[in-house]
Design a protein around this ligand. Structure first.
Ligand SMILES: O=C(O)CCC(=O)C(=O)O
Ligand SMILES: [Fe+2]
Length: 179
């Protein structure tokens, strides 16, 4: 049986200065510790993510600049950034589909990766197909709603991995019900 379409676009070197972006995030972000498997932070519009409510927080200019790069690739703006801090390879994200509740139909979800390379694992919903992608320092990945319909994705445990931050960008519509 053919796998469902894995509608992703990967740009390995999307950022101008990923070292400076990583240093900024490590120095300046106040990380939220409510999640068990990793630390998080949200910027831009408020967001109800995975059962946790995040208030509206202005995007720092450096994050807004990364959002603009992601937006240029996606062809639309992004107005929320949910950041994930994986301190080492024991911090993970389990298989899930990203919710499109409140997102502009047809918009992409972007993942910008900084720091240690981690694998993004994809599994078709019927569990017959698997794919994986190495998300490297400074890379950008765009996923669409089509991806979410046919596949789940995860950041599996990776024993030797060092510290990584992912910035995930979403485009919420004006009528978004986020709380
Ligand atoms: O950290 C990553 O690369 C994955 C992030 C993700 O899937 C999410 O925030 O929904
Ligand atoms: Fe996700």
């Amino acid at each position: 049986m053919a796998p469902p379409p894995l509608d992703i676009r990967h740009h390995p070197c999307a950022l101008a200065d990923p070292d400076a972006d990583l240093a900024f995030l490590l120095a300046e972000v106040s990380w939220d510790e409510r999640m068990r498997a990793r630390r998080t932070a949200s910027f831009g519009l408020p967001y109800d993510y995975s059962g946790q409510y995040y208030d509206a927080v202005p995007m720092p200019p450096r994050i807004a600049a990364i959002a603009a790069i992601a937006g240029a690739h996606a062809g639309h703006p992004f107005n929320n950034c949910l950041a994930n801090l994986y301190e080492d390879g024991s911090n993970t994200m389990g298989f899930h589909q990203d919710s499109y509740g409140g997102l502009v139909p047809g918009s992409a979800i972007a993942i910008v990766s900084l720091g240690a390379t981690r694998r993004l694992a994809f599994r078709s919903l019927d569990r017959t197909h698997r794919e994986q992608l190495a998300l490297e320092h400074g890379s950008l990945l765009l996923m669409t709603e089509v991806t979410q319909r046919g596949w789940t994705h995860a950041v599996p445990r990776e024993s030797s991995a060092g510290c990584r931050i992912s910035l995930t960008f979403r485009h919420f519509g004006p009528q978004a019900v986020q709380a």
